[in-house]
Structure formats: structure tokens, C-alpha cells
Design a protein around this ligand. Structure first.
Ligand code: GDP
Ligand code: MG
Length: 440
């Protein structure tokens, strides 16, 4: 990779690396923030150690102090650990699909069962049956029936005197006979983990073979989150976590603790008492809340954006001068890779709607970028400088040399031509015009 543009970009970034002292100092702050957010100590320790290893030696963005840089790295690492994408309820099994709701008393199991039923009904048009297996708390079964009526979902008729396992079997049987897609099994909780509770849910699990076993945990749960999550995961086995009462003051550190001990995804968040107060889990939001350093994170993101903008501007200047050849395209492809795809890059270049769409549609993923790189590298110096000489026989040779097809080579040349076209437009617009339209 020799392009001049590539060099410029590299120089912009190389402003010294994070030293062990930089990282150590910032991580002391982070440690306190995590403990204040009620993340359990073992999870804090593991997290801080992991980030330390990751951060030392990383480059500091221009205009950012090392401490802030570490916070941004911490934030990104936290998002990654919390799970990068939000996962939904897994219903891939022959209906009726059993979903088991687990957790301590008062964690929000019954409310969440109704919320999930409503979500599956409205979003996925599923026919859901709600069944309460809570024979301990007086009126627990009636509570679920009231909620079921409220969300317009069926509930299993209450037959007094049945054990939880008997109710679970009857629920599954009803589900089969009456053509339900999903059967939600709402179990009883206890104030703390005890063997009787575990034995009961294990028996229910074995009788129903749930596809999802969701652990419902109150966001206020502090250090206990580790005990609760570990016990349910090891003794019953969970497939995901729902965190409730995220509408309260809790910073949600339990999310990190539970993820740390179980490795299971946090799937949903309870955000209020109402039956529609249920949201998909967004790791970046919870990460921001746990760290409580959102200002720092956005500051660093802004600095990164400024640098990206400057790079785009440099590229624009180069384009303006003309003479954009395939070597430049190669450096450009590297930049695209770094900036996370063509969309991000082109988002910075104004007034090019049609070309933007075209290139976006070309679906520039990692493998495509690699293939394009191989094609350009199989060309001679002269071919890269003067793409006009690329006749049919040269294209065949390049395809062979790069392990691609002539169609791939043609596509790349077409794309190069599109880009040259884009440059001409930019030239017409003029750099001043570009700046005004969004590059500044
Ligand atoms: P269970 O014992 O686990 O079944 O818990 P419940 O579903 O009966 O909930 C206990 C209490 O917490 C009820 O008063 C619910 O309204 C309330 N609750 C449940 N989820 C949430 C939530 O996400 N936010 C708030 N603010 N309250 C909730
Ligand atoms: Mg309940």
C-alpha cells in the first residue's frame, strides 16, 4: 500500500500511543464508575483487566487527551461485551413453542410474560397462550389472567389444586390441541435462591423442554445479580436475560455482571409498569448508562469524525486536481475498509446522490474489497496509471492473476469509471462549494 493518500491518513492518526500510565490512571476512574453502577466486583475486575490489555499501545486521536481516549475504548469494549446486536425471542421450533420465565419473586416475571405475549401478538402475529404456574402466591394466577385479558391474549383456565408441573403439562397440551404458536410459562419466584425453587423449575423444564428460558432480573439488583444468574444458569440453564425496571434510577450494572457470569444475551428491557413498556436491548445505551461518561464518549466520537472529514476533504482536493488513477482507488479502498464501508465515507461527500446509491448498492463488504484489491494488485504499473489500456486480453490476464473472473475485473473498472465521474462532478462543484455543503 503505497498511495500518497494512504500516507497522509496514516500521519494524521499517528499522534502517539497510549502508555501504561495513561491507561492505568483512566481505568481507576472507570473502576469507580462501574462499582457505583452496581457492577459486581468479579465482573469489574475481569472487565478492567481486559480493557487494559486492549488499550495500551492504541493510538490517541489528535485533539483528544489520553484519558478520554481510554474512556472511549472502555465504552466500545463494554458495548462489545454486552452483546453487539439486540436479539429477539427465539421461536424456531415446532409450535407450540414453550417459553419459560424464571427469576426471583417481584423481579417482574408475570408482567414481562404479558408484555412479551403482546409483543409477539402484535409484531409477529403469533397466537400466544399465557399460563401461570405460580401456586404459591395467592391470586398470582388471577394476576396473569387480568394481564392476559388486558393485552388480548388467551390464558390457561385456572384449575385449583394442581401442582406447577401439572399446570405446565396442561398448558402444553392445550397449546397443541388449540393450535397456539407460543406457550408462556410464568413460574413462581422466591425471595432468594433456594433448593426447592430450583427443583421445581427443573421439573417444569424437563416436562416442557422450553426453547427459551428467560431469566427476569430487576435492574436494581446489585451484587446479587451474579448469584442469581449463576444459579439459574447452572442449575436450570437459561437462554437469555430480561432486565426490568430500567425506567428507575438503577444504572444497570447488573447487565454486565450477568453477561459476565453467564455469557447469555440480554434480550429485552422492561421500561415501565404498562404492558407495552418493553424494549429491545441496545448495548450502546446501557453501556452509556453504566459508565455515566456519555459526554466524554461523544467528544471522542466527534474528534474522530472531524479527522474523517479532513480525510475526505484531502481526497476531494486530490480529486479536484484530477488524475485519479487505480493506485488512488486502491488507497481509497483501504480507507473505505477502515471507515466501515462506503456508506460512511460517502455520507461525508455532499451532492452526489445518484452515484452514492450506485456504489452503496454494489454492496462493498469485506470480501468484495479484498477481491478488488487483488485485481488492482495484478495490474502492471502502467495499467494502473492509464486504465484506458485495459483491453480484453489484459483483463483476462488480470482475472487469472488475481483469481477472479473477467466479470469481476469489468465490474471494478466500471466502478473506477463511476468514481472518476464523481470526481468530475466534485470538480465542477468546486472545493469551496463542497465545504459549504457539508465538509466543514
Ligand atoms: P413477579 O413476582 O416476578 O411475577 O413480578 P411482577 O410481574 O408481579 O412484578 C412486580 C412489580 O413490578 C409489579 O408491580 C410490576 O408492575 C412491577 N414491574 C414489572 N416490570 C416493571 C418495569 O419494567 N418497570 C417498573 N417500573 N415496574 C415494573
Ligand atoms: Mg409472578
Amino acid at each position: 500500500l503505497t498511495g500518497r493518500l494512504g500516507d497522509i491518513f496514516d500521519r494524521l492518526r499517528r499522534r502517539g500511543a497510549l502508555s501504561e500510565e495513561d491507561v492505568g490512571a483512566a481505568l481507576r476512574e472507570v473502576r469507580i464508575a462501574l462499582l457505583e453502577a452496581d457492577v459486581a466486583l468479579p465482573a469489574v475486575k475481569a472487565f478492567v483487566a481486559g480493557v487494559k490489555e486492549k488499550a495500551v499501545g492504541q493510538e490517541v486521536l489528535r485533539g483528544i487527551n489520553p484519558g478520554h481516549m481510554v474512556i472511549k475504548i472502555v465504552h466500545d469494549h463494554l458495548v462489545e461485551l454486552l452483546g453487539e446486536t439486540s436479539e429477539e425471542i427465539n421461536l424456531s421450533a415446532t409450535p407450540p413453542v414453550p417459553v419459560l420465565m424464571l427469576g426471583l419473586q417481584g423481579s417482574g416475571k408475570t408482567t414481562t410474560s404479558a408484555k412479551i405475549a403482546l409483543r409477539l401478538k402484535t409484531r409477529e402475529k403469533k397466537k400466544v397462550l399465557l399460563a401461570s404456574l405460580d401456586t404459591r402466591r395467592p391470586a398470582a394466577q388471577e394476576q396473569l389472567k387480568v394481564l392476559a385479558d388486558q393485552v388480548g391474549v388467551a390464558s390457561l383456565p385456572i384449575i385449583p389444586g394442581q401442582t406447577p408441573v401439572q399446570i405446565a403439562r396442561r398448558a402444553m397440551e392445550t397449546g397443541r390441541l388449540e393450535g397456539f404458536d407460543v406457550v408462556m410459562l410464568d413460574t413462581a419466584g422466591r425471595l432468594a435462591i433456594d433448593d426447592e425453587l430450583m427443583a421445581e423449575v427443573v421439573e417444569i423444564r424437563d416436562a416442557t423442554k422450553p426453547v427459551e428460558s428467560l431469566l427476569v432480573v430487576d435492574a436494581m439488583t446489585g451484587q446479587d445479580a451474579v448469584t442469581v444468574a449463576t444459579n439459574f444458569n447452572e442449575r436450570v440453564g437459561i437462554t437469555g436475560i430480561v432486565m426490568t425496571r430500567i425506567d428507575g434510577d438503577a444504572r444497570g450494572g447488573a447487565a454486565l455482571s450477568m453477561r459476565y457470569v453467564t455469557g447469555k444475551p440480554i434480550k429485552l428491557l422492561g421500561v415501565g409498569e404498562k404492558v407495552d413498556a418493553l424494549e429491545s436491548f441496545h448495548p450502546d445505551r446501557i453501556a452509556g448508562r453504566i459508565l455515566g461518561m456519555g459526554d466524554v464518549v461523544s467528544l471522542v466520537e466527534k474528534a474522530a469524525e472531524t479527522i474523517d472529514r479532513e480525510e475526505a476533504e484531502k481526497l476531494a482536493r486530490k480529486m479536484e486536481k484530477g488524475g485519479f488513477d487505480l493506485d488512488d482507488m486502491l488507497s481509497h479502498l483501504h480507507q473505505i475498509k477502515r471507515m466501515g464501508g462506503m456508506g460512511g465515507m460517502l455520507g461525508l461527500l455532499p451532492g452526489l446522490g445518484k452515484v452514492k446509491e450506485q456504489i452503496k448498492n454494489a454492496n462493498l463488504d469485506e470480501t468484495v474489497l479484498k477481491r478488488q484489491e487483488a485485481i488492482i494488485l495484478s495490474m502492471t504499473k502502467q495499467e494502473r496509471k492509464k486504465p484506458d489500456v485495459l483491453n480484453a486480453s489484459r483483463r483476462r490476464r488480470i482475472a487469472q492473476g488475481s483469481g477472479t473472473t473477467v466479470a469481476d475485473v469489468n465490474r471494478l473498472i466500471k466502478q473506477y469509471q463511476d468514481m472518476s465521474e464523481m470526481m468530475k462532478k466534485m470538480k465542477k462543484l468546486g472545493r469551496k462549494g463542497l465545504m459549504r455543503q457539508g465538509l466543514s
